[in-house]
Ligand binder design. Structure first.
Ligand SMILES: [Zn+2]
Ligand SMILES: [Zn+2]
Length: 1019
């Protein structure tokens, strides 16, 4: 189909949100995305695996990184790659549960159970169904092209079954075990939390807690004396079983009988001193021996090398049921383990009047009881960093619980080896991943919750652990409960019992559900049909996902085609979450990384660099941002920042981007104006002979733009794309168009054609970043009927590097000339006599352009002698060497009494000074203004003195400027001719009448003594 550009005039400023809505409709109407996919079908593949977005609320600004996913998928599509475009929703686990609890006003596990698990599961599913729809609409508005309605949902039975298969596999390898461990526990959520969930900085806050010094009275020979311990967790004291000392440290007894570490109280008087090891095995009365829970506990002193001698008393209270290290020590010293709190953080039976009260609430009665019994040495408060639940922000406690783990011991090195094959952008994050892998603990996969992956573990009293690997296996081995099993979730799954494969008895599933990162980690298998014998239509629309998606479950050959992913992209915190989970599962199942390349980026802050919080009033809603600034501007903000720094976002930044985009917009507007006037035909190639040096230069710059942006896209480096584009637009607008203005006025079709080429290439290479603006303008200047996304990627042509460098040098000279003019305070319209250029020999061929641009009569290339050298001693270097000789050198430099030697050296007051020992400044001499670009090695000197002739020309130019403004204000067309009448005071300017006529399209210029201001009239 022949291209039919519209060349419609553009408004002065684009209405981003408005044109974006039009383009969305256009794409919908024309089926652009489907046509693009059809065109690329069977081409080379680019496999992107979408990290699932949690369908638990509307998408926010922090989901702006979805831009990157779309940018690179669009780029690859424009290059002809076949892609999958499957979007993923994360659907179950603690985060969904907590929000549903909030919505229902439930605040504990007991209340959930009273509400009913099947109803609760229903509400969770409804929430996911609702917000996956909301997020889909938001993503479309952002410009994301995905295979909507064929999304994967992590709570589908298919996904669950694939995780079951994985768990059965790790069990076969002997990696699965039940651990009795001290873990961080959220009393509100009633579950333990894993290392990777809790590792983020944001999961620690400054909190104020009690700070107590407590006496543990000694028994036997030392009756009447006491150990003094320090604690910030009063609720743990009733579970005390031991006190730890540093064996090598010195301990002292005060006259009062209290024992503490001498290092902690160096100024105190001690009546007896002993080494820590001599205290070991002393027996003492526990602080709460009267509670039944303490029956039979013999409290004693144990050695521990890690006892801190920088805080507390140097004697540490040990309660193995309340802390990880305490629990480890209980194994070494065979200490009893008292667990004082239940799932909701309340004290259990056996703790006297503290029973039923929360860990926080018992602080006061514990302190009071200690005080009454003379055991309290001191009580105050302390503010310290303390872990909080990543989901509900409740301060965490420690509990000993049974959790299920996958051992990391054997897989650790394999995962490091797999990561060695991955290319990370930015590259330094590869090491972050390595660090995480080296330090990761075993994977705690169990959560004592409801709406999550049901762990398929059926432990039998005979000692055998049955692990079910698929739904079919479950059905084959079930003894009851299959009838009501509509989906693989609680409560339905809990009714299914199976036959133990070792002893034949009926066994129940454990109640625990799985870590949500299992759900997201398996998707490289569950969505691609790994080990699936034949394709199942809508095979991912199973269980809770039924009716939400049409996604098929492909067969194994499909998996082989698309695995591993060529590329994945998520925020940096996903190193310890999704990047880790998917790698763990893929390395376990198939021994290789599930992704070849990664783009990761830092989190989003507001434009001043603060975190965004609703309560701080600086949070921005995604929908509002898209409505106000438009998706293109939104995307540009994300793309132009380095992903290794926190990404900033705000309306001030949006205004700045809009202003910069305007330069491009105006270039296109300029083009369509003249193209329309001249009846431009893009099909007509200009003759080689008609090309001027400037045309050849713009073609070279255009080729360079293609090379630079293509290279940046290939490196997944959006800042490289945006900066190359902006530099090109600056050259295009501020050099090519500026320098060619007269040719456009004259209807020069060669200039129009070369400009058109530059614009159309720029539209194609920027389209992945700004898809709406690119499409809108493409339809105007190239083809009304066909999308820019269906156009071929611009050809990679050789760049005439010498020509590009030459003009770059000219632009440097012009920039410096303008700077010299500004420094001298001379306005741009005032012609000047002379410019001297040093160090830009390639610009010599463009002396005429420099002359015109800088309004100087003459440009000379050679040594800039118009400068004065100013030298100062560089004191840090020179001071130590010269010592008391320094003042004489300094004074000589100040008087200008020095000699310039070669190699940047100088001689002054009899001393030779190296280049590092002096600070050099060049200043224009009287009547000259100097500017230099040290990096480019270019210096220019502008002669600033004026004579009457120059002054008159300056006045003429002011007048021309004024007349042209009047033309615009009068609404005249570019081609309209005028007649000018000047006041008598301007008569002198008529010496330049022809010049004035030419620059203002005037047919006549005259004076009239009655006027005080110039007048124009259409001729
Ligand atoms: Zn919580
Ligand atoms: Zn059994």
């Amino acid at each position: 189909m022949p291209a039919r550009p519209a060349f419609a005039a553009l408004p002065h400023v684009p209405d981003h949100p408005g044109l974006e809505r039009d383009v969305l409709e256009l794409w919908e109407r024309e089926g652009t995305f489907e046509r693009l996919r059809e065109r690329n079908r069977g081409g080379p593949t680019f496999s992107f695996m979408d990290g699932p977005i949690t369908a638990n609320g509307p998408a926010g600004i922090h989901h702006g990184g979805r831009t990157f996913k779309d940018v690179f998928q669009r780029y690859k599509a424009m290059r002809g790659f076949d892609e999958r475009y499957q979007n993923g929703f994360d659907c179950q686990g603690l985060w969904v549960e907590v929000e549903v609890e909030k919505a229902l006003g439930l605040n504990s596990k007991r209340e959930i159970e009273e509400y009913g698990l099947s109803e609760f599961a229903q509400r969770c599913k409804e929430r996911v169904a609702h917000f996956s729809e909301v997020q889909t609409e938001q993503s479309k508005r952002l410009g994301m092209w995905m295979d909507w309605n064929n999304d994967y949902y992590t709570f589908s039975d298919t996904n669950i079954e694939y995780i079951w298969g994985f768990l059965a596999h790790v069990h076969e390898r002997g990696w699965l075990y039940k651990g009795h461990r001290s873990t961080q526990w959220c009393p509100r959520c009633g579950t333990s939390l894993s290392q990777h969930e809790q590792a983020g900085e944001e999961n620690y806050v400054e909190l104020e807690h009690p700070s107590l010094y407590v006496r543990f009275p000694l028994r036997g020979e030392r009756e009447g004396q006491a150990l003094v311990v320090w604690t910030t967790t009063p609720w743990t004291l009733p579970a005390n079983v031991a006190a730890a000392v540093a064996p090598a440290a010195e301990y002292g007894r005060r006259a009062s009988g209290d024992w503490v570490a001498v290092d902690r109280y160096p100024d105190d008087d001690f009546v007896e001193r002993l080494r820590g090891e001599e205290l070991v095995d002393w027996r003492y009365h526990g602080p709460f021996d009267h509670f039944p829970a303490q029956d039979g506990v013999e409290h004693r002193v144990i050695p521990w090398d890690d006892v801190s001698l920088t805080e507390g008393t140097g004697i540490v209270h040990i309660a193995p049921g309340c802390g990880a290290e305490d629990f480890e020590l209980s194994r070494v010293y065979d200490l009893p383990v008292l667990m004082p709190i239940d799932e909701s953080g309340r004290l259990l039976r056996g703790y006297g009047d503290l029973e039923g009260r929360s860990a926080d609430a018992v602080a006061e009665p514990v302190i009071e009881s200690l005080r009454e019994r003379g055991l309290l040495v001191g009580a105050g408060t302390i503010v310290h960093r303390y872990p909080i639940c990543w989901r509900c922000k409740t301060p965490l406690l420690f509990r000993i619980v049974d959790d299920w783990f996958i051992s990391a011991a054997e897989i650790r090195q394999q995962m490091l080896d797999a990561n060695a094959t991955v290319e990370w952008t930015p590259p330094q994050y590869k090491k972050r991943m390595d660090d995480w892998l080296r330090n990761m603990g075993d994977w705690n996969i169990s959560r004592k919750r409801y709406f999550g992956l049901p762990l398929p573990f059926y432990p039998c009293d005979c000692g055998h652990l049955n692990v079910i690997g698929s739904r079919r296996e479950l059905e084959e081995r079930a003894t009851a409960g299959l009838d009501g099993l509509t989906e693989l979730h609680r409560p339905w799954i809990d009714d299914v019992t199976i036959r133990c494969e070792a002893c034949g008895r009926d066994v129940h599933r454990i109640p625990e559900v799985g870590d949500a990162w299992l759900d997201a980690g398996i998707v490289h298998f569950s969505t691609l049909g790994w080990n699936n014998p034949s394709s199942v239509p809508h095979g991912n629309a199973t269980g809770a996902a039924a009716g939400l998606t049409g996604a098929d479950l492909p067969d194994h050959a499909y998996w082989q085609k698309w695995f591993p992913a060529d590329w994945v992209s998520e925020m940096r915190e996903q190193i310890r979450l999704w990047f880790y989970a998917q790698s763990f599962m893929a390395v376990a199942l198939v021994g290789q990384s599930p992704y070849r390349q990664v783009l990761t980026y830092e989190k989003v802050l507001d434009e001043t660099g603060r975190e965004m919080h609703k309560s701080w009033g600086n949070a921005i809603e995604l929908n509002e941002a898209l409505d106000r600034m438009g998706a293109d501007v939104f995307r540009w903000i994300f793309c132009e920042q380095s992903p290794s720094q926190p990404l900033r976002f705000g309306y001030g930044m949006a205004d700045d981007v809009k202003r910069r985009v305007l330069t491009f917009w105006h270039s296109v507007a300029f083009f369509v104006t003249y193209a329309g006037v001249e009846g431009f035909d893009p099909e007509a190639e200009p003759a080689e002979a008609d090309l001027r040096p400037l045309d050849r230069w713009l073609r070279a710059r255009t080729a360079q733009l293609v090379r630079e942006t293509t290279d940046a896209y290939e490196r997944f480096w959006t800042p490289g794309v945006t900066s190359a584009f902006e530099r090109f637009v600056d050259d295009l607008s501020n050099w090519y168009i500026r320098r060619s203005r007269r040719r456009f006025w004259d209807g020069d079709s060669t200039a129009l054609r070369v400009l058109w080429e530059g614009l159309t290439v720029a539209l194609r290479v920027v389209a992945p970043v700004m898809p709406f603006l690119a499409e809108h303008l493409w339809r105007n200047v190239v083809n009304e009927d066909e999308s820019v996304f269906l156009a071929p990627w611009p050809e990679m042509e050789n760049v005439d590097e010498a020509l590009v460098a030459e003009v770059a040098e000219v632009r440097t000279v012009v920039t410096l000339g303008r700077r010299a003019r500004e420094a001298a305070g001379i306005k741009h319209r005032q012609p000047l006599r002379r410019l001297v250029v040093q160090g830009a020999s390639a610009a010599r061929a463009h002396a005429d352009e420099v002359r015109e641009e800088l309004r100087v009569k003459q440009v000379e290339f050679g040594e800039v002698e118009a400068t004065e050298l100013l030298l100062k001693p560089h004191l840090p270097a020179l001071g130590p060497r010269l010592g008391k000789e320094l003042p004489s050198v300094r004074e000589a430099l100040a008087r200008g009494e020095f000699e310039e030697l070669d190699g940047g050296r100088f001689r002054a007051a009899g001393h030779e000074l190296g280049p590092d020992e002096v600070l050099v400044e060049r200043r224009g001499r009287e009547g000259w203004s100097v500017a230099a670009d040290a990096e480019a090695g270019v210096t220019v000197a502008l002669e600033t003195s004026l004579d009457p002739e120059l002054e008159l020309e300056g006045r003429v130019l002011d007048l021309i400027h004024r007349l042209n403004s009047m033309r615009r204000d009068a609404g005249l067309e570019l081609t309209d001719r005028i007649a000018i009448t000047l006041p008598a005071s301007a008569a002198e300017l008529l010496r330049h009448a022809d010049w004035i006529k030419q620059e203002t399209l005037a047919v006549d210029v005259d004076t009239n003594g009655d006027l005080v201001e110039p007048q124009i009239a259409k001729a």
